[in-house]
Ligand binder design. Structure first.
Ligand code: HEC
Length: 196
């Protein structure tokens, strides 16, 4: 089970607990924050449910932020660039999938953000558009092992990344073609002979 799945299960479990034994308490103490209820426990008189609430509060506290997940997006996008420079197409395909998965993860963390003026920014809607435009074009270039098409598609993808950053009120997060690797532990040379 992934961390996200564990978190989802716990959230579902806790929803059940709230719907069942907790409803009356929650209504009576509507203004009491979850974490306070979880920590005091005395308001519920139900040890198991209190523990669940405490666990949920703890998990919420340790879930990585959107910015943390976005750093992963950048990492995989850099690996993608260098994989193609080396003509390592299977590695490139892997990194492209990882890039897409990480963007989707960041959106699950926070699907709607506020911009600087407090207006909602629908990140999911923005990515759904990218996922039907720049993303499949990039995927096709990698599948066809077409370096020239890849460069065009990669730049187009960076423009899409930037469109979302601007929409999110962060125009200073301007992506560029990477100039240096972020990792040296995975060999991107497709002709490497070691380890066997
Ligand atoms: C759907 C919207 C969206 C898309 C698409 C998107 N980003 Fe982001 N990105 C964000 C937001 C929002 C932040 C700021 C997160 C925060 O500060 O909490 C961010 C931040 C970042 C950061 C800075 C992380 C840090 O804190 O230093 C990097 C790097 C980044 N994005 C890379 C990319 C790359 C590369 C792409 C395209 C492959 C991309 N992003 C696509 C929304 C998006």
């Amino acid at each position: 089970m992934t961390t996200t799945n564990v978190l989802k299960s716990l959230l579902l479990l806790s929803c059940g607990a709230i719907a069942g034994g907790f409803l009356a308490t929650q209504v009576a103490h509507r203004s009491t924050p979850l974490a306070v209820v979880a920590q005091t426990g005395s308001r519920t008189g139900d040890g198991d449910s209190t523990k669940l609430l405490a666990d949920v509060a703890h998990l919420k506290d340790i879930v990585p932020g959107q910015s943390h997940a976005m750093i992963d997006v950048g990492y995989h996008m850099v690996n993608l660039w260098f994989a193609v420079q080396k003509g390592n197409w299977p590695f490139a395909a892997f990194e492209l999938d990882e890039t897409r998965n990480r963007i989707r993860w960041t959106i699950r963390i926070n699907p709607v953000r506020k911009d600087a003026d407090g207006k909602d920014v629908d990140l999911k809607g923005i990515f759904d558009g990218i996922d039907q435009s720049s993303m499949p074009i990039l995927k096709r270039a990698v599948e066809k092992k077409d370096s020239a098409a890849f460069v065009v598609a990669y730049k187009q993808m960076l423009e899409s990344c930037y469109a979302c950053h601007k929409a999110s009120g962060k125009p200073y997060l301007r992506p560029m073609i990477p100039t240096a690797r972020l990792q040296t532990i995975i060999n991107d040379d497709p002709n490497a002979k070691w380890p066997e």
